[in-house]
Design a protein around this ligand. Structure first.
Ligand code: G3P
Ligand code: CA
Length: 293
C-alpha cells in the first residue's frame, strides 16, 4: 500500500473508532445523570474484596464495570489531597497519626494493604501487601478520562482550600468543563457549606448532598427544595429509606444514591423503592442484581 493511502487508512480507522467508542457501561441514550440510569458506585473501590482506596481496589472496581469510583479526600500537612476515609492513618495503614500532621512523603512510606489481609483471613491475597496510599492526582492520572469519579470532600472544615485544590486537580486532568462527559465527575459531601462553595466555584459540576440517618428520616419538602438549588441528588444512609421518602425525594427531581448497601436483599428492596443507584463495596453483586430485575 502506498504511504499516503496507508496514512489515510490509519486516520480513518482512528476517526471511526473514536466516533463509535462509548464506555461499556454508558448507554448512548441515558447519560450518567439520567434518572433512568441505575448507577453502581464502587464505594472506596471494590473495597469488599481489596483494601479500600488502593489501586488494587480501584482496578478491581473497573474490572467489575462499576459506573463510578468513589473517593474520599483528606489533606496532608504539606497540602496534598490523598484518598482516604479516616482523618488518621491508623485503621487502613501500618502507621499512626493524623493525616493533617503527616507529610505526603511520610504517608507514602506506609503500607495500605497488609491490614486488609489481617482483617480478612478468608480473602488473603499476598499482592495487597505493599499497596500505597494514593493521591487524588495519582488516581486521576492512572484512570484518566476513561473512568467516572464520585468524590467526597471529607472534613472540609479541617482542610483549608480543599475545594480549590480539588478543582485544580480536575482541571489538570481535563475532568472539568465542557469536554467532559455529563456526570463524569460528581462531588459529594455531608458538608452543605462545602457544596455551596463548590457551587459558586464550579456551578456546572454536579453535586450530591450526603445525609445521615437522622437527617434523611426527618427531611422536609422545604429542605429538599433548597438542596435542589445546588445539587442533582442526595446520598442518604440506606437504613433511613422507606418507599414513601424515596418517592418524596424523587418527586423533587433529585437523584437518590444511598450508602452503603452490601447485601443482595437490601439492593433488591431499594431498587423496588425507586433509588437511582447506590454505593456498594461489592459492585459485581449490584451489577448482577440490576441485571436480574
Ligand atoms: O460517600 C457515601 C458514603 O461513603 C458516606 O459514608 O463514611 O463511607 O464516606 P462514608
Ligand atoms: Ca464516602
Amino acid at each position: 500500500m502506498k504511504k499516503s493511502r496507508l496514512l489515510a487508512f490509519v486516520l480513518l480507522s482512528f476517526a471511526l473508532l473514536s466516533f463509535a467508542w462509548v464506555p461499556a457501561t454508558v448507554s448512548a441514550h441515558e447519560h450518567l445523570l439520567s434518572p433512568d440510569r441505575i448507577l453502581t458506585v464502587a464505594h472506596r473501590g471494590a473495597s469488599g474484596y481489596a483494601p479500600e482506596h488502593t489501586l488494587a481496589s480501584y482496578k478491581l472496581a473497573k474490572k467489575m464495570n462499576a459506573d463510578y469510583l468513589e473517593l474520599d479526600l483528606q489533606m496532608t500537612k504539606d497540602g496534598h489531597l490523598i484518598v482516604m476515609h479516616d482523618e488518621t492513618v491508623d485503621r487502613t495503614t501500618n502507621g499512626t497519626g493524623w493525616v493533617k500532621d503527616l507529610t505526603l512523603a511520610e504517608i507514602k512510606q506506609l503500607d495500605a494493604g497488609t491490614w486488609f489481609n489481617e482483617a480478612n483471613p478468608d480473602r488473603q491475597n499476598a499482592h495487597y501487601i505493599g499497596q500505597r496510599v494514593l493521591t487524588l492526582d495519582e488516581v486521576l492520572r492512572y484512570f484518566g478520562k476513561r473512568e467516572n469519579y464520585y468524590i467526597e470532600t471529607k472534613k472540609p472544615d479541617l482542610y483549608p482550600q480543599m475545594e480549590e485544590k480539588l478543582l485544580a486537580a480536575l482541571k489538570k486532568h481535563h475532568l472539568l468543563g465542557k469536554h467532559t462527559r455529563k456526570g463524569q465527575v460528581i462531588i459529594q459531601s455531608f458538608s452543605e457549606d462545602s457544596l455551596l462553595k463548590l457551587q459558586k466555584l464550579a456551578p456546572r459540576l454536579p453535586k450530591v448532598q450526603l445525609l445521615d440517618r437522622n437527617q434523611m428520616t426527618s427531611i422536609t419538602d422545604d429542605q429538599l427544595d433548597f438542596i435542589k438549588t445546588y445539587a442533582v441528588g442526595v446520598g442518604p444512609n440506606f437504613r433511613a429509606l422507606t418507599p414513601e421518602n424515596v418517592q418524596q425525594v424523587r418527586s423533587h427531581g433529585l437523584l437518590l444514591h444511598p450508602y452503603t448497601v452490601n447485601s443482595e436483599a437490601d439492593m433488591t428492596r431499594l431498587l423496588q423503592y425507586g433509588v437511582t443507584g447506590l454505593f456498594t463495596n461489592f459492585p459485581d453483586v449490584f451489577n448482577r442484581v440490576k441485571a436480574s430485575l
